[in-house]
Design a protein around this ligand. Sequence first.
Ligand SMILES: [Fe+2]
Length: 308
Amino acid sequence: MGVKALGYVVIETAKPDKWDHFLTQVAGVMRAADAIDGAAQYRIDQRPFRFRIEHSKRDWFKAAGYEVADAAALEKLADQIAGAGRSIEHFSEIDRASRAVTNGFRTNDPAGNGLEFYHGESHTDAPFVSPIGVPGFVTGDMGMGHAVFSAPNFDEVLSFYRDVVGFHETDMPAFHLMGPEAPPMHFAFLHADNGRHHSIAFGEGPVPPSGAVHVMLEYPNLVEVGKAHDRMKQFGYAESASIGQHFNDETVGFYVQTPSGFDLEIGCDSLVIDPANWNVTKHEGISIWGHEWAWQKAMKETQAEAAE
Ligand SMILES: [Fe+2]
């Protein structure tokens, strides 16, 4: 028993028009008909939606929605999470209908990061057509991509995802982001029961005001990643990290800031693992090459100005 894959994300925003532009014109995802409760929905494949955008007074990553195998798995998971002291809110009829799932519940991890779990996936026969010609996204049984959170209570949150929910460790690194002398920052990259290197990850640190660190979408090739990078620049969206390649999941891509403040990682060529036979790695660096982060760039510019 465990988690099948990341199914969808739920985002609250005061700027639904900005999100619409960002998703359709930069990411190249397809707007679908609104949900029955009025939320905007966006597709990247045959799932009725992968992004659920709720119009709200605030900008906030509300939840990552993960699929489990069936009703029994969902019930067992709800019991385990409740048993671990987390509150559970079962989906209402409107929740179920608007998510196109059989059943589910919402909860959060011990750092307060929003989660939904569900079973009973549905698919639409209507073809996926990107408004700007992205041929498709890498999904299938590996799901939508991954979600990355932050947790000040790192060990407690790790125990929740691994021992209570049933994710599995892929890479458990310690990154020296602030130089070799400073204490390392721990990360956990966890896989679900599929070949995606990680379906969820979190770093040691305070939960950001936007409620998440980033969401990742996998594009079919480097050409599509490069075109998305051009669109980001064309429309003036902020680059959070320049193009580069990760050590752990080998993804080549970049990070762009979404209208809600967290990032979207646009990448390709991600490592596919055998989830049943994986030896946990402990990388010491984030990137093989590239990925100059906006905060690093700003720091360099400040230092250069001071030296003038
Ligand atoms: Fe990522």
